[in-house]
Ligand binder design. Structure first.
Ligand code: HEM
Length: 128
């Protein structure tokens, strides 16, 4: 059933897609993030679009292809510090500006992402 009040439907597929593109454009150029990611971000962006679609209440297309997200476990191979979580969120904040995602839907989405990003931290700053 279509749920018009779901954030996914409020944002729309096109804007979500633009957001993910703008986000990885910034990640690829961020001094604290770029070295963690593959040079070709096509597949990373494709999976992130799938994930965020279901995270925002759209169809569960990430899980259909990749199984349960288990996001923290999938991030364990990468040393994620508080400072990298902040950098990730900074790129997302700027990407939201880039695509002019505004209003309560942006605030709610960003707040959830901040909680998720801090949950991904798996490495103490001093270990870096
Ligand atoms: C994958 C870094 C936070 C969702 C990845 C990858 C890296 C990474 C290096 C692997 C990319 C690849 O090899 O293709 C980070 C860092 C974060 C962070 C440094 C800082 C906190 C998040 C958050 C979310 C997220 C907050 C979701 C809201 C994903 C997804 C994938 C992914 C869906 C693809 C997983 C798969 O392979 O199926 N991330 N991430 N990440 N990340 Fe993050």
């Amino acid at each position: 059933v279509e749920k018009p009040n779901m954030p996914y439907n409020l944002i729309g597929e096109k804007k979500l897609s633009m957001l993910v593109e703008a986000f990885y454009h910034r990640v690829a150029r961020h001094p604290e993030l770029s070295n963690l990611f593959p040079d070709d971000l096509t597949e990373t962006a494709r999976k992130q679009k799938q994930f965020l679609t279901q995270y925002l209440g759209g169809p569960p297309i990430y899980t259909e292809e990749h199984g349960h997200p288990m996001l923290r476990a999938r991030h364990l191979p990468f040393p994620i510090t508080e400072s990298r979580a902040k950098a990730w969120l900074g790129c997302m904040h700027e990407a939201m500006d880039d695509v002019q995602l505004e209003g309560p839907v942006r605030e709610d989405f960003f707040h959830r992402l901040a909680l998720t990003a801090h949950h991904m931290v798996n490495t103490d700053e001093r270990e870096q």
